[in-house]
Design a protein around this ligand. Structure first.
Ligand code: PPE
Length: 304
């Protein structure tokens, strides 16, 4: 999806002009994929732009770095302030926000211990990730021929740049085959997640989503959806899912910061009723939550 430039990008403590936010080709992470990042959205609310669950996203950035043994030279509080300043500098009401921490220029080789850690935060306007009609029409999923990372190969719970080689292989394979998105299975064959979203399935009135142990990212939208669903009176929780659960789901949807809540209309050409009543209710409640229209979740909308 194309990027629309905004005036400034935050780099290592200062806001620089968009076109000046450059790095050297010998930047360590460009070669070895040891970087950590976040995807966050700011939404228009009655109190102005508000970054949805900003604190949790920055905390996860620090947790991802911790898993890589990377020390981010800015505290959670400093990065929260930096994110707000970057969003404010764009003048936008709504935007997508991409913080990244990476090993910088100056060292080569696999030993990351002597490497410096650089951090940047960029924002730009980003529309519906899986298409404007993803809630109503639903998306077509394909089980990927690519397996999600095993915990002992790359920690799937860390949002690391290198993990997304696996995601991109799966995404492009699915698109080339005429589908919208790939669903990925863990090495033990259980469902993990999609290339850039968590997946939920409804069966027998229960709403289930694979846990971290199944190779899923601990999605902040996943957590939001579980909270919202329970408040709507649904029985929602993390649990293991088999491929069969997808084929005979009463409803299914994917969710993530970029994708928000998008209905699934089929998996491997087995149709799923779409959009089901649960999916519709949750998508509407999610939209209310992120826009600060529901007081129960107002504390998640972190104003500038
Ligand atoms: N799993 C994966 C693999 C993933 O990339 C995301 C987010 C999620 C689950 C959902 O996490 P959360 O956003 O905390 O609910 N994917 C981000 C990046 C997408 C991209 O194309 O880049 C996102 O949604 O921002």
């Amino acid at each position: 999806m194309p990027i629309t430039p905004t005036p400034k990008i935050w780099m290592n403590g200062e806001l620089v002009a968009w076109d000046e936010a450059r790095i050297h080709v010998l930047t360590h992470t460009l070669h070895y994929g040891m970087g950590v990042f976040e995807g966050i959205r700011a939404y228009a609310t009655s109190d102005g732009p508000a970054v949805f669950r900003l604190t949790e996203h920055i905390q996860r950035l620090h947790r991802s770095a911790h898993m890589l043994g990377m020390e981010i030279p800015f505290s959670v509080e400093e990065l929260i302030a930096a994110t707000k300043a970057t969003v404010a500098s764009t003048g936008l009401d709504e935007c997508y926000i991409r913080p990244i921490a990476y090993f910088g220029y100056g060292e080569m080789g696999l030993n990351t211990l002597p490497c410096s850690v650089d951090v940047s935060i960029a924002c730009w306007p980003w529309g519906a990730y899986l298409g404007d009609d993803a809630v109503e029409k639903g998306i077509r999923l394909k089980t990927s021929s690519w397996t999600r990372h095993d915990h002992n190969i790359m920690p799937p719970a860390a949002k690391t740049t290198g993990n997304y080689v696996n995601s991109s292989l799966a995404k492009v394979e699915a698109l080339r085959a005429g589908y919208d998105e790939a669903v990925m299975l863990a090495p033990n064959g259980l469902v993990a997640e999609c290339s850039g979203e968590n997946i939920f399935v409804s069966r027998h009135g229960m709403l289930l989503t694979p846990p971290l142990s199944a190779g899923a990212l601990e999605g902040i939208t996943q957590n939001t959806v579980i909270t919202i669903a329970r408040d709507l009176g649904f029985d929602a929780r993390t649990d293991n899912l088999a491929r069969s659960d997808l084929y005979i789901a009463d409803e299914a949807f994917v969710c993530g910061t970029a994708a928000e809540v998008s209905a699934v209309n089929s998996v491997d050409d087995r149709s799923i009723p779409c959009p089901g009543p649960m999916t519709r209710a949750i998508a509407a409640a999610y939209s209310d939550a992120v826009h600060g229209r529901d007081d129960r979740y107002r504390h998640w909308c972190e104003t500038l």
